[in-house]
Design a protein around this ligand. Structure first.
Ligand code: B12
Ligand code: SF4
Length: 439
């Protein structure tokens, strides 16, 4: 613990328990603690039990006021600013963030807010139901101060065609390589994909959520059209953009067949990577309110558990049991990251005159990234290994799940052997990252 005047902690629901514990230790030493972020915004009363002040929503305008109050020893308990104007904001002080154990990209934000009504998502609660953008010239000026690899921390990098066109056209001159999140609606049009590819886009994290028409309608994600997924993915791959698909299991329309079908669909689409999530009732979402009203939440404050990953799902699904949902989720991870799946998904497209072909992320990055995910699938998802989170014992994690102990037991699917390869990143003496793959 450092000797400081004031502690500020960013809290999302997955880190709430840990944040509260850290806050408690500082407060025990008489240090004031302020919390902000998506979780205190959704659960202000709860957060205030663990800290001295909270800022709900976005803090740009409230922070100077809070600091002035702190200096005068008149810190208020809650600051509730309006949504700030994003123009004219100073660039992030990246020099303060010295950790090397983080993604090799520099993180930049261009917009906030979202008008879509996806039931499971907390973004419109925290950032408002309209898009707000930083002026494109300010983003470009910030990008010019940064290195080559950029991660856009936006919910959707191609959501407002006019803005994106201005930004990406200007970015094409900067020679950056960037990755970001995107909704399928933005990449259905060839001209948008070309624009992104020319601006240096190398990979997109895409929220498919489900491969079923009925389910995407049910969740509110009407912009997703499963019948068009494959065509859109081919177009992205041809333009040198790798794809990382995000899927959620456990919607009310999902039955036990959904797992195999979703994995097979992802393999056919030749996704570079996939993330499978168990539907999670985050506080402040319409999903949380509905499941609470229907009496289907099994632990309404699941985020207060130290071992919350091990105990999910925290609600009663409609067309399967909690155990089936958890088992299916584990199976999806191990199947998608099996060696045979990797082989089927690997797509090298040679550059054509009119398109850039495969990106380095697809050709060089595919195998190391997939080996790493293979390890994650076997050791953490199927094996229940908890070494990523401090203070959690495996036994405790095993006991956390009220049903049969599915999570911590290695899964023995046909054809799957314990991993024999591992890949890890190290830093060379000149500061560059090196990838190591060992037998
Ligand atoms: C980028 C991103 C990521 C990146 C992070 C990269 C990075 N930033 O370095 C990656 C891919 C790693 C990621 C991972 C995950 N993410 Co994420 N992510 C986001 C996203 C799109 C933007 C976050 C961001 O950087 N915003 C930019 C900063 C400036 O904004 P901000 O953090 O909100 O901070 C402002 C205020 O909140 C406040 N504030 C924040 N902290 C503090 C602290 C103090 C002291 C004060 C006063 C104010 C304050 O002031 C800030 C300025 O206005 C958000 C969606 C969103 N719109 O917020 C989801 C989001 C935060 N992620 C979410 C989730 C669920 C996850 C995952 C669990 C997904 C998964 N299944 O694995 C993981 C794991 C997260 C974890 N902690 O364990 C959820 C969280 C929901 C919740 N209630 O907790 C969100 C809201 C998305 C959603 N659709 O609901 N994520
Ligand atoms: S999931 Fe994406 S599109 Fe849906 S509300 Fe959240 S940020 Fe918007």
């Amino acid at each position: 613990m450092k000797d400081v005047d004031l502690v500020g902690i960013s809290v999302d629901s997955k880190t709430a328990r840990r944040a509260y514990d850290i806050a408690g230790r500082y407060r025990a030493r008489g240090v004031k603690v302020v919390m902000g972020g998506i979780h205190p915004t959704a659960c202000p009363e709860e957060a205030l039990e663990h800290c001295d002040a909270i800022v709900t929503g976005e803090a740009e305008d409230a922070w100077p006021e809070l600091l002035a109050d702190f200096k005068r020893k008149q810190l208020r308990a809650a600051y509730r600013p309006e949504f700030p104007n994003l123009a004219g904001r100073p660039f992030a002080r990246r020099d303060l963030f010295t950790s090397k154990k983080y993604v090799p990209f520099q993180v930049v934000q261009t917009m906030r807010g979202c008008p879509y009504p996806c039931e499971f998502c907390s973004v419109s609660t925290a950032n408002g139901p309209t898009f707000r953008f930083r002026p494109a010239d300010e983003v470009i000026a910030e990008l010019k101060t940064l290195g080559k690899l950029i991660l856009f921390a936006d919910d959707n990098v191609m959501v407002h065609r006019q803005y994106s066109k201005e930004l990406f056209t200007k970015m094409a001159e900067l020679d950056k390589h960037w990755v970001g999140q995107c909704s399928l609606a933005g990449v259905k049009r060839l001209e948008n994909v070309k624009l992104m590819a020319e601006s240096g886009c190398k990979a997109l994290f895409i929220g498919f959520e489900s491969i079923d028409e009925e389910t995407v309608k049910f969740t509110g994600k009407r912009q997703n059209k499963p019948s068009q997924y494959k065509e859109t993915m081919d177009m992205l791959h041809e333009h040198g953009i790798s794809t990382w698909g995000s899927f959620v299991f456990g919607f009310d329309t999902d039955n036990p067949e959904i797992f195999d079908r979703t994995v097979e669909f992802g393999i056919e689409m030749q996704l570079t990577m996939a993330l499978y999530a168990i539907l999670t009732p985050y506080p402040g979402t319409a999903l949380y309110r509905r499941l609470l009203a229907e009496g289907r939440l099994t632990d309404p404050k699941w985020w207060l558990r130290h071992d919350h990953d091990a105990g999910s799902p925290y609600y009663i699904p409609k067309k399967m049991s909690r155990e089936q949902l958890r088992e299916g989720w584990v199976k999806a991870w191990t199947k998608f990251y099996s060696y045979s799946s990797m082989w089927r998904r690997f797509t090298h497209r040679f550059p054509k005159a009119e398109t850039p072909g495969s990106s380095w992320l697809q050709t060089l990055g595919f195998w190391p990234l997939n080996f790493m995910q293979h390890q994650l699938a076997h050791r953490k998802i199927a094996g229940g290994q908890q070494r990523f989170r401090a203070g959690i014992e495996l036994e405790a994690a095993a006991q956390a799940f009220a049903g049969p102990a599915v999570a911590p037991t290695p899964v023995g699917f046909a054809g799957l052997q314990p991993p024999s390869l591992s890949a890890f990143m190290t830093r060379k003496s000149d500061g560059r990252r090196a990838l190591n793959v060992v037998e």
